[in-house]
Design a protein around this ligand. Structure first.
Ligand code: AMP
Length: 501
């Protein structure tokens, strides 16, 4: 491996050999078929990552590791696969990545043999000083297998001078910047923790058992608790580290100075499943409320409200209810095409938008419509959909977006492209409207979004959420970025407008 093999989104071109990090994690301690429970949990988190999946189980003696590219069902859908993963403790991971760098060496949970025994780690988020830490570790002789940011945690733990594994782990965490929700398995049990700002989600629950000794479960989203029959107990709090021993006894630690949490608001906008409860709120209700805010802020004189399926559906219901304009399905989605966003090139993306969506011609012909989608990233989807509606005979096509303009890259684990590919970073509102060829275009305001999550407004001095993709207000230091002096990433001035699709 050369040093250029250490490629890390978002410092590299999205068409290059780069990793995409938005993932789902799951862990269970004290279940009879822990790996089967984990496979089920990961299945409910599949929307968080479709590129690869992995499970590590522990049977009291040994760790068992199975990882593969593709969906959870492809890797863990058979009795044979489950037979390879015995034990009552297990952790798992689904990973979001499509282009290049997809070798199994990067598929999580990562596993290593430390002085204290086996150590498996599953990570959701992005360590924004991983490159810096890695070059430092390499200089000191550490050897890396893969290119994922998560891997730096292993040598940091291994080389810590603290005596116990927990202390070593905390010592390692204190060196990290960025976002991490982690689930680790060790011979003593499981450790689950969230970064001090709680940027990525992590919830805790338990599976009640008849003999009274239930299993403890951790997951990125509550939908994964639902599917395994677990009861939601609470969120792992920002900056909290929870240890669970093999008997299910839990101990909570607070290794960091307490700061106000900053959960990612984009989980509400797009990433989480609508049937999840995130940061104490129903994601579905929040999305509907964003649609209501949008209708209040940016009404449209139209005949129909049409969602861009599936991501725009709850917001479109909210928009329709608030405006009194009928909600109709003017676009039908094929469920056999993956997310358009993760296709490797713009050409492939454009094609897959048309394979994914089709106009309900009989409905939209001759109508004035307003389309509702959750976000515009590169603009590929919007441009295609607006054209599709016009081709189907819509007389006016207005576009409303249930998030503020996405103007900045995410360095905390949501897969946004480099700034110069973000439509809103390249163009002003009118140029964007012209680019997607809509009759009008409006985004919900940042305060409208905060109102939808139950806040009176965004507090500019100490924002209640991480909203850096919309505001550029990054809540942590970005050491790697500063070191790479990657021009354009933090540059607030928009780039030169150019057509990308
Ligand atoms: P684009 O076509 O590049 O403008 O992408 C916009 C579409 O991608 C929206 O309809 C969203 O539903 C979806 N989207 C937004 N953010 C992400 C993300 N981080 N990962 C995958 N899809 C996304």
């Amino acid at each position: 491996m050369t040093s250029t093999d250490f490629v890390h989104h978002p410092f590299h071109d999205e068409d290059g050999d780069s990793l995409r990090e938005e993932c789902g994690v799951f862990g269970v301690v004290g279940a009879r078929d822990a790996a089967a429970v984990t496979a089920l949990g990961l299945h409910a988190l599949q929307h968080r990552g479709q590129e690869a999946a992995g499970i590590v189980s522990y049977d009291g003696q040994e760790f068992h590791v199975l990882r593969g590219n593709g969906h959870v069902a492809e890797n863990f859908g058979t009795g044979e696969a489950m037979a390879e993963l015995p034990g009552t403790m297990s952790c798992g991971h689904v990973r979001y990545s499509t282009t290049g760098g997809t070798g199994l060496r990067n598929v999580q949970p990562l596993y290593a043999e430390l002085a204290s025994g086996g150590f498996a780690i599953a990570h959701n988020g992005n360590i924004s000083n991983a490159m810096h830490l890695r070059s430092d570790l390499v200089r000191r002789g550490a050897i890396f297998q893969g290119t994922a940011d998560t891997e730096v945690i292993i040598p940091l733990v291994a080389t810590s001078r603290y005596p116990t594994l927990l202390d070593k782990f905390v010592d390692a965490l204190r060196m990290l910047e960025g976002a991490y929700s982690l689930i680790c398995s060790t011979p003593a049990g499981m450790i689950a923790c969230r970064d001090p700002l709680g940027i990525r989600p992590l919830v805790m629950g338990h599976i009640p058992e008849k003999d009274g000794k239930g299993a403890v479960v951790f997951a990125s989203e509550t939908v994964a608790l639902d599917i395994v029959g677990a009861v939601f107990d609470r969120e792992v709090e920002a900056g909290e580290l929870i240890e669970v021993d093999l008997d299910g006894k839990t101990t909570s630690h607070r290794p960091f100075t307490k700061t106000a949490s900053r959960p990612c608001i984009f989980e509400h906008v797009y990433f989480s499943r609508p049937d999840s409860i995130s940061a104490g709120q129903s994601v579905y209700s929040v999305r509907k409320a964003i649609g209501q805010q949008l209708a209040i802020e940016s009404p449209a004189d139209v005949d129909l409200v049409i969602p861009v399926p599936d991501s725009g559906v709850p917001a479109a219901i909210g928009y329709a209810q608030e405006s009194g304009v009928p909600f109709e399905l003017g676009i039908i989605r094929s469920h056999y095409v993956g997310r358009t966003f993760i296709q490797p090139s713009d050409g492939a993306r454009t094609n897959s938008v048309s394979r994914k969506h089709n106009a309900n011609r009989a409905l939209v012909a001759g109508k004035r419509i307003v389309l509702i989608d959750d976000s515009i990233v590169r603009g590929t989807t919007s441009l295609k959909i607006v054209q599709m509606m016009r081709d189907a005979g819509a007389t006016e096509v207005h576009m409303r977006i249930a998030s503020p303009p996405t103007m900045h890259s995410c360095f905390y684990g949501v897969d946004t492209p480099e700034r110069n590919k973000l439509l809103a970073a390249r163009m002003d509102m009118d140029a964007m409207r012209e680019f997607i060829q809509a009759d009008s275009l409006a985004f919900v305001s940042i305060d409208g979004l905060y109102r939808a999550v139950g806040e009176a407004e965004r507090k500019p001095k100490c924002p209640q959420y991480c909203d850096a993709c919309f505001t550029g207000d990054y809540p942590t230091r970005l050491t790697d970025l500063a070191e790479k002096t990657h021009a354009g990433q933090l540059n607030l001035a928009p780039g030169k407008p150019e057509k990308v699709a």
